[in-house]
Design a protein around this ligand. Structure first.
Ligand code: HEC
Ligand code: HEC
Length: 440
């Protein structure tokens, strides 16, 4: 029997556990150290300061956009995980929570996308001396709060053959590092039959969410070994519930909003909660009209690699079908559970509030925000983050870390057009709809 069939048999015998998945998620490192601990502990030296700031870790967290860790994490913020450096010495690597651990009202939330993160600054400032000399092969973050997760998969897959052996030469499987991806909330996965912005991967797939393990030092054996752990992690993801809106809700207004939602939105998005069917519709690019870069950005070449590789050789219990990725015609209308908590909106995070999503003509074109997630950074009326418009000239000569704080919708991957389904509603109707969405 070939080895992957054997692996299927082992996995079938594994009964995934959410509790185990949580423990693994908050304790295991799935990559060797990427950032030496000495560099992490002394990063202030790279910030142009003459002495260590009194609240060093507070300053560290706000510079990189990492929340305080809600679990014991060896003194590190959530999103960095202790892991020895390959050449020896203490270090840390990224983990799932770098992108999937956000914060709200200043409190860390596992499973909320991190929309304050500046992954580029983390790589540039924490990698240490060796990497200082080498230009990163691709951009990790073009604009703060978004990241190039898709490019990371395509880049790392370029070093692998279909059995995940590490190849010597890198192949370009159509790398595009300008997709500016907004991280979806994990509590939505349980409602989806297909996942990712385009609905291209089967949501039952355990292997698909192991793509981040493709660090060149992780050989094929490591993937086999960790698969049951990732089945546990997936089970934990399925157990996460959306946070409940912490403000006041006017029940009469919300009731009026429900009628509007049912008439205008329900057919694509479905309603909140497990009791309400989720249609999982893919809306073609012409109809949705949102930025096309993400849709084009995961290439056919990468799809072919994926569908011929270990990642797609997974057969869920009770079926005889491999979990192949598919090409879709557009973007999936996501479920809206906990939608008030997941600003900014659209797959590229180009729209700061739900109000702006409903008012396509009034969306800001070039804007910044504090990247704090405290209550006073939240726009309680429009549901989302408070923003400030900025002139192009204001940041032209600013250092890259400041420029990444500006979301410029004229740049590639960052278009904020499309989704005009709220434009015909009156101001009071939009406000009723928003009241209803607070209950999701
Ligand atoms: C560099 C940031 C980053 C890291 C690290 C990361 N993810 Fe993600 N993840 C994303 C982004 C961005 C998406 C959305 C991709 C898309 O739709 O194109 C995503 C999508 C997902 C989804 C699908 C959600 C949905 O509803 O469609 C799952 C599940 C997931 N990630 C799990 C994981 C796990 C498990 C890990 C750790 C092994 C991980 N991710 C690490 C950025 C990241
Ligand atoms: C024709 C189908 C369709 C209709 C009708 C529709 N939407 Fe959407 N909606 C989508 C799609 C597709 C997306 C994802 C687009 C993207 O990210 O590029 C989306 C995205 C969203 C998002 C952002 C989700 C996120 O996590 O970023 C919200 C909020 C939303 N819609 C609310 C509404 C509301 C409220 C209505 C009714 C006024 C509505 N939609 C009507 C298809 C639709």
């Amino acid at each position: 029997m070939c080895s992957w069939l054997l692996a299927l048999v082992t996995l079938a015998a594994h009964d995934p556990s959410a509790e185990r998945g949580y423990q693994l998620l908050v304790s295991q490192a799935y990559a060797p150290g990427q950032f030496p601990r000495t560099v992490i502990d002394n990063a202030w030296k790279r910030w142009g300061l003459s002495e260590r700031p009194p609240d060093y870790w507070g300053a560290f967290r706000s510079r990189y956009g990492l929340p305080e860790s809600p679990f014991p994490n060896n003194g590190l913020p959530m999103g960095l995980r202790s892991s020895p450096m390959p050449i020896g010495g203490a270090g840390a690597c990224l983990d799932c929570l770098t992108c999937h651990g956000g914060s709200l009202m200043g409190r860390p939330i596992i499973g909320l996308g991190n929309t304050s993160l500046d992954l580029q600054a983390i790589f540039e400032e924490l990698s240490g001396r060796f990497v200082d000399k080498v230009k990163p092969p691709y951009t990790m973050c073009n604009t703060r709060g978004t990241n190039e997760a898709g490019a990371t998969s395509v880049f790392l897959a370029g070093f692998r053959d279909k059995d995940l052996n590490v190849a010597i030469a890198w192949r370009n499987l159509g790398l595009d590092d300008s997709m500016c991806e907004d991280v979806p909330a994990w509590w939505l996965l349980k409602r989806k039959r297909w996942m990712y912005a385009t609905g291209e991967a089967d949501s039952r797939s355990v292997r698909s969410i192991m793509q981040f393990m493709m660090h060149p030092l992780n050989g094929p054996g490591r993937f086999e070994k960790e698969e049951s752990h990732f089945a546990d992690i997936r089970e934990f993801i399925l157990s996460i519930k959306p946070p409940v809106f912490p403000g006041k809700i006017d029940p009469t207004k919300a009731e009026a909003g429900k009628l509007l939602f049912d008439a205008n939105c329900l057919r694509c998005h479905g309603g909140p909660g497990a009791e309400s069917p989720y249609p999982g519709k893919i809306i073609d690019l012409g109809t949705i009209g949102t930025d096309r870069t993400r849709h084009a950005g995961i290439s056919g070449e990468f799809g072919e690699f994926y569908n011929s590789s270990w990642f797609s050789r997974e057969i869920p219990l009770g079926t005889n079908q491999q979990l192949k990725a598919r090409k879709t015609a557009g973007y999936q209308a996501p479920p809206l559970d906990g939608i008030w908590a997941t600003a900014p909106y659209l797959h590229n995070g180009s729209v700061p509030t739900i109000w702006h999503l409903m008012r396509s003509k009034e969306r800001p074109k070039r804007f910044t925000r504090s990247f704090s997630t405290d209550s006073d950074a939240y726009d309680w009326g429009k549901l989302g983050w408070k923003t400030r418009e900025v002139e192009a000239s204001a940041t032209r000569d600013a250092p890259p870390i400041e420029r990444r704080k500006v979301y410029d919708t004229s740049l590639k991957g960052r278009g904020n057009g499309g989704h005009e389904f709220g434009d015909h509603l009156s101001d009071s109707e939009v406000s009723q709809l928003i009241e209803y969405l607070k209950t999701f």
